[in-house]
Unconditional design. Structure first.
Length: 282
């Protein structure tokens, strides 16, 4: 993309996401050929305090529902997106989203495509959504569907249907299910990128290492320092990243004297978090 095709809207979007200045955002987009994620990395490499782009970002308005089956072994998240906050807060719209979720649970739906084809009151859900579009007068879309299975799954909805979390655990007891709710609230608040350092995607590790290495090399105090020293410092910063951004290494929000991993061991030394899903609006 050339600089001529970078619009004011592009720059404003990057500003809203990162909080960086207008000229910095423009330069980042120019240097990155208009690639939004690369522009964010460019700003971070220049030392800007910006938020990393996360895959859990969703449509700006809508309703997110998270729910499990009665045996707590399967969990679902759906996002019913709309254009305005007015519609998102309408009781009928929320009830429609709840009905969609109940249908997903009842039929143990495996995918978004399967859910859209499932019938509600004799009509395929896709047709029911089109009915809502015609009635309400704005675009409505079932934009996201997540499903996980495990020995135990807990669900949590946060902030008036603006975020949904699922947590999959390796054992199913009353105490573990209660702990799962605490973990779901932790995930909602702290937004970890993975369960533990070993489960961080390789591309995320490479991306973060590239950013911290670039920051270290740009530090005037590191001028002329050997590569081995830079590598060691980068590894230290990566370890700090893992501590802040992986679930079991994070300080437990209800008791900062222990990590989430320590808390989970106190509930049951054998239980593990298998995976989690976190979906949010905004």
């Amino acid at each position: 993309m050339s600089t001529a095709t970078i619009t004011a809207a592009d720059i404003n979007k990057l500003r809203q996401t990162t909080g960086a200045g207008m000229m910095d955002c423009r330069k980042a987009l120019v240097e990155s050929d208009g690639d939004f994620e690369k522009a964010i990395d460019y700003l971070r490499k220049k030392g800007q305090k910006v938020a990393a782009l996360r895959s859990d970002r969703e449509a700006k308005e809508g309703v997110i529902i998270a729910k499990t089956t009665t045996d707590n072994k399967t969990g679902f998240i759906i996002t019913l997106a709309c254009e305005t906050d007015f519609v998102a807060k309408n009781a009928d719209f929320v009830a429609f989203a709840q009905n969609i979720m109940d249908t997903a649970v009842k039929h143990n739906v495996k995918s978004l495509e399967e859910l859209l084809a499932t019938k509600i009151d004799g009509l395929a859900l896709s047709d029911k959504i089109n009915e809502q579009v015609a009635r309400i007068g704005e675009k409505i879309q079932l934009s996201r569907f997540e499903r996980i299975e495990s020995e135990a799954v807990t669900a949590y909805i946060h902030g008036a249907y603006r975020m949904g979390v699922l947590v999959a655990l390796t054992k199913n007891t009353t105490a573990i299910l209660e702990a799962g709710k605490d973990l779901a609230m932790q995930i909602a608040a702290m937004n970890p990128v993975a369960v533990d350092p070993s489960s961080v995607p390789a591309e995320t590790v490479a991306r973060e290492k590239s950013i911290v290495t670039e920051l270290i090399k740009n530090d005037p105090k590191m001028a002329g320092k050997p590569e081995a020293m830079i590598e060691k410092i980068a590894e230290g910063k990566l370890n700090a990243f893992f501590k802040e951004n992986t679930l079991t290494a994070q300080p437990y929000v209800k008791d900062g004297s222990k990590t989430v991993g320590d808390y989970l061991k106190s509930v049951d030394p054998e239980v593990r978090v298998r995976e989690f899903k976190r979906v949010q609006l905004g």
